[in-house]
Write a protein that binds this ligand. Sequence first.
Ligand code: MG
Length: 396
Amino acid sequence: MHDITPITGPAPWACDPTGTRGRRYPEAPTPTRNDHQRDRDRIVHSSAFRRLVYKTQVFVNHEGDLFRTRLTHSLEVAQLGRSIGRSLGLNEDLVEAICLAHDLGHTPFGHAGQDALNECMRDWGGFEHNLQSLRVVDTLEQRYPDFDGLNLTFETREGILKHCSQRHAQLLEEQEPNGVAARFLRGEQPSLEAQLANLADAIAYNAHDVDDGVRSGLITLEQLQAVPLFAHYHQQALAQHPHLAQPEAERRLLYACIRLMLSDQVYDVIATTQTNLARTGVASVHDVRQCGQRLVAFSAEMHQRSQALKTFLLHQLYRHPQVMHTMEAAQQVVRELFAHHLHQPDDMPARFAQRAAQAADEAERARAVADFIAGMTDRYAISTHTRLTGQHLLAQ
Ligand code: MG
């Protein structure tokens, strides 16, 4: 058991909403919500957020009602983020906002969809879901009278841009000097809230992909015995509840293992981060940014175990022949949708068709098509593809 004393109240290393670096378009404060609470609410009310419900996490949306989607994944990430953030004295609202927004830029069909779209866009700057999440909140959402996007605070946008190549960072920096990409050029760290959202994402998907993987029948509890992180909790769960060894109790056993695994990882992050904070002596958000290392982290041992589980899921689940087969079909859907709309932009909804028509060059035209396709849900992509080609590549 970890020896943890939760930190109560906002700590000096937490982002203070009253000290925000602000919004790109200044707005008057509201009487009831601080700026990061407003960010979170804007994200929940966005159309990109609603579309996450029909976007693939691992399994294509129609493959089963109980599998995670991008939406339920994002909610689980936010729950873990808030829970850990509270024990570290962080700004919970900011953590929640970043967690809820972190996957807004995902294409239909998960990473397979992204890879296909990136390939389609290779001559025009490529496609990356992380950058796209920022595009969604900065420009693609249309909800306000006088500006595009959700006009989120710097801190939320910084957290959404969790990684970025030097080339992309330079491009973003040209558009927004000293903006959200500057830290990639300067080698600075993001806020602790952003660091936490990143780790909460990994904790969430490792756990729920085990659950969904076993539910799908593509991986088994026996196979998972080979993964030290899981085997450890499996033994612990059986020692605590011997009756779960009965075959009919398999699902309860799986949940007992996942619960132990989640708790242990959460406690490990809190304990390790508290140690890191004490060791480095950071006393402000400025110190966090200048600190040469990530402070929200697993212990070395938990990091290694978590990586081993990630590797197992990669080989046994994400690259399972059945998943690969579906994803190859999904990639064909994306490629053919892209090719069609690039040549017939008028088949897109008016706002994208208009952008394509007014584009200054081919790159801008292609970007309008990429934005349209990235925003599609799985089922919209499948039905549009079927309507345009007459093919049924992914039965619904
Ligand atoms: Mg995620």
